[in-house]
Design a protein around this ligand. Structure first.
Ligand code: PLP
Length: 454
């Protein structure tokens, strides 16, 4: 290949596409070099929860870089690390108090699954090693986290490399894989989607199962589907009964995205480990991690010489942690969660209005400012587009032309279909900006429908 421009050396992009060159970002907007403005309706990858250009965070990072740009956490302590751990530990439900930092969500989930394994092993449960995940779940792109998730497109090329993890279907009452309805499940107080976990554990043998990992509200793989009442409680009971570590992946849902610090609070369940990422630093620096129960950490001290056999060079990187600390303080000081909740309700209402005029819009769901809706090929039959159609990509393409960026679509039932749109603007968005977002979506849906229905 003849290299003519600096961009030709980059190996991140899809080489079949051209992307706008972003030169500036402020609030909910990104600006390219031609002066075009894009409303960031997906907070990047649901990470920039506080919007762009927050000087408090930028200054905290610069200050830390000047003070001590890198400190190896295996050998030294830093004040910023202590302070951020304390902030996050206090935010999480008791007894989840101990915080371990990583650079990204995939690493956080790797760490959690490995810690669960070490926890059992330290206690003499040598055979407990299998992780159970869900087909409609995404936990990252490293081999372990990919093995736990169900994104078929991302898994397929690497099938021989993936770990032998097991999977169940996650709840999706609107298109129940067990052909039930939420009403029936609530009436009978029995959910096959939850009972399937117990059935699978028994089939594998509980003595082999180490952990169960799921998102409280599924993000990219399902488009903000909220589980039915009682589902996560039943999952907790099963995990307790068979001594399985329950890992709740809040990489996307954490830090106010769904209206509370962590989404799991809304379901009355306390897991053993919460993993987080994205919003913790509001996207200003690579930062993620896990919050671990006292019981697991105490066992590590008592049975594992106090050492988690794991570690990354950039765990607790001081500049990232300084960004996290400034972000977490900003969430509180500016009452960001309350705004996110209020604007989320307004967005829901506006989407319901839009749905009356757009036959491609199916079920709308989500919580806070994590909102999704299905894209329908045929509303009269409530039928989704086929997987190969790339409905969400087409709609996204129309939106980009009109100045808004939504989250790229992924699967709903089978982890393949690109048939829903996920919306997650910064939690600092104003009502007027929501109106603008909806106006662009309205025009984009009209263009999309003209293309696909004629
Ligand atoms: N878990 C969830 C729920 C996610 O949405 C993501 C990323 O989208 C990850 C894990 C992986 O995080 P990262 O891309 O930071 O490795």
């Amino acid at each position: 290949m003849e290299r003519v421009e600096a961009k030709d050396y980059v190996f991140h992009r899809d080489f079949t596409k051209e992307y706008p060159m972003i030169v500036r970002a402020e609030g909910v907007y990104l600006y390219d070099e031609q002066g075009n403005r894009y409303l960031d309706a997906s907070s990047g990858a649901i990470a920039a929860n506080l919007g762009h250009g927050v000087t408090e965070i930028a200054e905290a990072m610069a200050e830390q870089a000047k003070t001590a740009g890198f400190v190896h956490t295996l050998r030294f302590e830093t004040k910023v690390l202590h302070e951020l751990a304390a902030e996050i530990g206090k935010m999480a439900p008791a007894p989840l108090n101990r915080v371990y930092f990583t650079s990204g969500g995939s690493e956080a989930n790797e760490s959690a699954m490995k810690l669960a394994r070490q926890y059992h092993r330290d206690r003499g449960k040598l055979e407990k090693h299998i992780v159970i995940g869900r087909w409609q779940g995404y936990h990252g792109n490293t081999l372990g986290s990919l093995s736990a998730g169900g994104d078929i497109k991302r898994r397929q090329p690497y099938t021989p490399n993936l770990a032998k993890f097991e999977h169940i279907y996650s709840p999706y009452c609107h298109r129940c894989p067990y052909s039930r309805t939420e009403e029936i499940c609530q009436r009978e107080k029995r959910m096959p989607c939850a009972e399937e976990l117990e059935r699978l554990v028994k089939e594998i043998g509980p003595e082999f199962v180490s952990s169960f990992i799921c998102e409280p509200i599924v993000g990219s793989q399902q488009g903000a589907v909220v589980p039915p009442k009682g589902y996560l409680q039943r999952v907790r009971e099963i995990c307790d009964q068979y001594e399985i570590v329950l890992i709740i992946d809040e990489v996307m849902t954490g830090f106010g995205r769904t209206g509370t610090d962590f989404a799991i609070e809304q379901f009355g369940v306390v897991p053993d480990i919460i993993t987080f990422g994205k919003g913790v630093s509001a996207g200003y620096a690579p930062l993620a991690g896990m919050i671990v129960s006292d019981q697991i950490v105490e066992s590590l001290v008592a049975n594992g010489n106090g050492r988690f056999i794991h570690g990354y060079t950039f765990s607790g990187h001081p500049v990232s942690v300084a960004a996290g600390l400034a972000a977490v303080r900003y969430y509180k000081q500016k009452n960001v969660l309350a705004n996110g909740k209020e604007q989320g309700e307004y967005l829901f209402q506006r989407l319901r209005d839009l749905q009356k005029r757009h036959s491609s819009m199916g079920q709308i769901r989500g919580k806070g400012l994590l909102v999704g809706f299905e894209l329908l090929a045929d509303r009269s039959r409530d039928q989704l587009f086929p997987p190969s159609f790339g409905a969400a990509d087409r709609l996204n393409h129309e939106a980009l032309k009109r100045g808004a960026v939504f989250y790229p679509g992924a699967g709903t039932i089978d982890g393949v279909n690109g048939d829903h749109l996920l919306i997650g603007p910064p939690l600092t968005i104003t009502r007027e900006e929501i109106d603008e977002l909806v106006a662009i979506l309205d025009q984009s849906l009209a263009a999309f429908e003209e293309q696909v229905y004629t």
